[in-house]
Write a protein that binds this ligand. Structure first.
Ligand code: KIV
Ligand code: ZN
Length: 539
C-alpha cells in the first residue's frame, strides 16, 4: 500500500512529553503530563509521543493514562518510544493497550560512531536487530515507526539498506533523526531526496523527520525536508528538549500556515489552495505554549518566534505608524491566529461561579469540579485585590491551580518587612508532611532572599537557586505576577511556578513547589540517604 500518497497533510507528531521532557528540570509528573496531553489533543496534533514506557514506572503510567483518556477513536495516535529491545517493545505495547490508535516507535543507532563506541556492534548486527525488532513491534500493533538514530551522520548506502529492511518488516513510518543537531537545510533536504530515490519500497511508508536545535537550524532543516518528501514532523511545544531543544511545533506550523502558497506545490496542490497544510488549530498555540512553560518551568524567551512576549510587539515609531495605518505593513500574521486575543476585561469581584465556569470553558479550560472549586476560591481572592480580571489572569490562576507539585510542605504564612532603612526580614510558617507546623525567620539581602532563607531553615535540603524570574501577566500596578524558579540539588534540576498579585507570596509558593518536587524525588530515589533521614527528623 502506498502510505505516502495517503497523507494529504503534514502530520504533526508532538514529542513534548518524551523528548521535550528530557531537558534538565522539565520533569513533569503523571497528572501534569495528562493535562498537557489533553491540551495537545485540543491543539489538533496527529500523534502524541506520550513517553518512553520502559524508562520508569512514572513514564509507563503516563503513557498508560494518556492512552486511556486521550487516545480515543477520534483523538490522536498515542505513541511510546522503545529501544530495539524486546523488553522495551513489550512495555510500550502494554502501556498503549487501551489507545484506540497506538503506535510503537522503535529505534537503534546506525552511524558508525554510535556502532563502534556505544553499541559495540557491526553494521550487519544492527541491520538484523532493526529487522527483527520492527517485526516484533508489528506483532503488537499495526502502526510501527522506526528511527535509525543519528541518521544524519550515518553512511547513506547503509542507511538505505536499514530503511528498506525496516519497511519490509512492517514499519509504516520511517523517521530520520538529526540526533546531534548537525545538519544544514540543503544537506538535510538532499538526504530526504536520497531516501526517496534509493529506498525501493519507500512508497509504503511515511517519511518523518526529527531534529535537535544545536545549531539553531532544526526548523529550517525540517522545512527543506518537507520540500523533498517528508510528511511527518516531530517537534515540541516551545522547542523544548534535550540540549538546545527540538524543532519547535509553533514555528513549523506557522511557517506552513503563513507561507502556505510557497509550500502548496511541494504537496501537489495548486499554489492558491486554501486547504490548511496541517490539522493544527493554530488558535490553541499560545495557550499550549503557556501551559507547557508553566508546568515545566521552562521560560519562553521574550524574542522567541511566534510565542515570545515580544513576538507581536512593535517598538519602533516607524513600525507602529505603519501597523496603525495597515496591519500588514509590518505584520505577517495576526496575533489572533495563535489565540492571542485582545486582553479583554471579562470578570470582576461580583462575577459568580457560573460566569467564572462559562468563561473558563470559552477559553478551553475545562476543569474537574474539585479543581474548579479551588480555582474559584483563588479567583475571588484575586478579585478582591484586582478590580478587573482578564483572560490572561484567568489562565495564570488556573494554570497555577492545576499545577500538580506534590503538596508535602505547605506554605501557611509568609510575612516580610523591608524598606530602605530596614534589614529585609521574613517569617514563614510551613506545615510539614506529617502535619506539624514549623515557624522560622531569617534576614536576607532582599525580601525574597529573606523568605528563601527562612524556608531553608525549615526544609533543610541544601540546594542552589539557579534561576528566578518574575513576569507580570498583564500591565498595571495590580497585575498578577508569575514567578518561575529553578533550583539545583546535586546534579538534578527542579522547577517551581506560582502566580499571585503579591510577588513575595508567589516567590515563596514557587520555591515551596520546587522543594516539594525535590523532596518527593528524594523519597523515590534515595529512601535511606542521609538527607532523607535528616528531613525525616524535621518532619
Ligand atoms: O534524537 C533522537 O535521535 C531521538 C530518537 C529516539 C528518535 O530522540
Ligand atoms: Zn531526539
Amino acid at each position: 500500500m502506498n502510505q505516502q500518497s495517503k497523507s494529504e497533510h503534514i502530520i504533526i507528531f508532538d514529542t513534548t512529553l518524551r523528548d521535550g521532557e528530557q531537558c534538565p528540570g522539565a520533569t513533569l509528573n503523571v497528572e501534569e503530563k495528562l493535562i498537557i496531553a489533553r491540551q495537545l489533543a485540543r491543539l489538533g496534533v496527529d500523534v502524541i509521543e506520550a513517553g518512553f514506557a520502559i524508562a520508569s514506572p512514572g513514564d509507563f503510567e503516563a503513557v498508560e493514562k494518556i492512552a486511556k483518556t486521550v487516545g480515543t477513536p477520534d483523538g490522536p495516535v498515542i505513541c511510546s518510544l522503545a529501544r530495539a529491545i524486546k523488553a522495551d517493545i513489550e512495555a510500550a505495547a502494554e502501556a498503549l493497550k487501551s489507545a484506540a490508535k497506538a503506535r510503537i516507535h522503535t529505534f537503534i543507532s546506525t552511524s558508525d560512531i554510535h556502532l563502534q563506541y556505544q553499541l559495540k556492534k557491526s553494521r550487519a548486527q544492527v541491520l538484523a536487530i532493526a529487522k527483527e525488532m520492527v517485526a516484533y513491534a508489528k506483532s503488537f500493533v499495526e502502526d510501527v515507526e522506526f528511527s535509525p538514530m543519528d541518521a544524519v551522520r550515518s553512511d547513506s548506502e547503509y542507511l538505505y539498506q536499514v530503511l528498506e529492511a525496516a519497511i519490509r518488516a512492517g514499519a509504516t513510518t520511517i523517521n530520520i533523526p538529526d540526533t546531534v543537531g548537525y545538519t544544514t537545510p540543503s544537506e538535510f533536504g538532499a538526504l530526504i531526496a536520497g531516501i526517496k530515490n534509493n529506498v525501493p519500497n519507500i512508497e509504503q511508508a511515511i517519511i518523518s523527520v526529527h531534529g535537535h536545535n544545536d545549531l539553531g537550524l532544526a526548523v529550517a532543516n525540517f522545512l527543506e525536508a518537507v520540500k523533498n518528501g517528508a510528511r511527518q514532523l516531530e517537534c515540541t511545544i516551545n522547542g523544548i528538549g534535550e540540549r538546545a531543544g527540538n524543532a519547535s511545533l509553533e514555528e513549523l506550523v506557522m511557517a506552513l500556515h503563513v507561507r502556505r502558497q510557497y509550500f502548496n506545490p511541494y504537496l501537489g496542490r495548486t499554489v492558491d489552495s486554501e486547504e490548511p497544510l496541517t490539522k493544527i488549530d493554530t488558535r490553541q498555540i499560545y495557550k499550549t505554549s503557556r501551559l507547557v512553560s508553566n508546568l515545566t518551568g521552562m521560560l519562553v524567551q521574550p524574542n522567541k518566534a511566534i510565542v515570545g512576549a515580544n513576538a507581536f510587539a512593535h517598538e519602533s515609531g516607524i513600525h507602529q505608524d505603519g501597523v496603525l495605518k495597515h496591519k500588514l505593513t509590518y505584520e505577517i500574521m495576526d496575533a489572533e491566529s495563535i489565540g492571542l486575543t485582545d486582553n479583554q476585561i471579562v470578570l470582576g469581584k461580583h462575577s459568580g461561579r457560573n460566569a467564572f465556569r462559562t468563561r473558563l470553558k470559552e477559553l478551553g479550560l475545562e476543569l474537574l469540579e474539585a479543581d474548579l472549586n479551588k480555582a474559584f476560591v483563588r479567583f475571588k481572592e484575586v478579585a478582591d485585590k484586582k478590580k478587573e480580571i482578564t483572560d490572561w489572569d484567568l489562565e495564570a490562576l488556573v494554570n497555577d491551580e492545576i499545577q500538580q507539585a506534590p503538596e508535602l510542605f505547605r506554605l501557611e504564612v509568609v510575612q516580610v518587612s523591608c524598606g530602605n532603612k530596614a534589614h529585609p526580614t521574613a517569617t514563614v510558617v510551613l506545615r510539614t508532611p506529617n502535619g506539624k507546623e514549623l515557624t522560622d525567620a531569617a534576614i536576607g539581602t532582599g525580601p525574597v532572599d529573606a523568605v528563601y532563607k527562612a524556608i531553608n531553615r525549615v526544609v533543610d535540603v541544601p540546594n542552589e537557586l539557579i534561576e528566578f524570574s518574575v513576569q507580570s501577566v498583564t500591565a498595571g500596578i495590580d497585575a498578577i505576577g508569575e514567578v518561575t524558579i529553578r533550583l539545583r540539588y546535586q546534579e538534578r534540576v527542579f522547577s517551581g511556578h506560582s502566580a499571585n498579585t503579591d510577588i513575595i507570596v508567589a516567590s515563596a509558593q514557587a520555591y515551596v513547589n520546587a522543594l516539594n518536587r525535590l523532596y518527593a524525588s528524594l523519597q523515590k530515589i534515595q529512601p535511606s540517604s542521609q538527607t532523607e533521614s535528616e528531613l525525616a527528623r524535621k518532619c
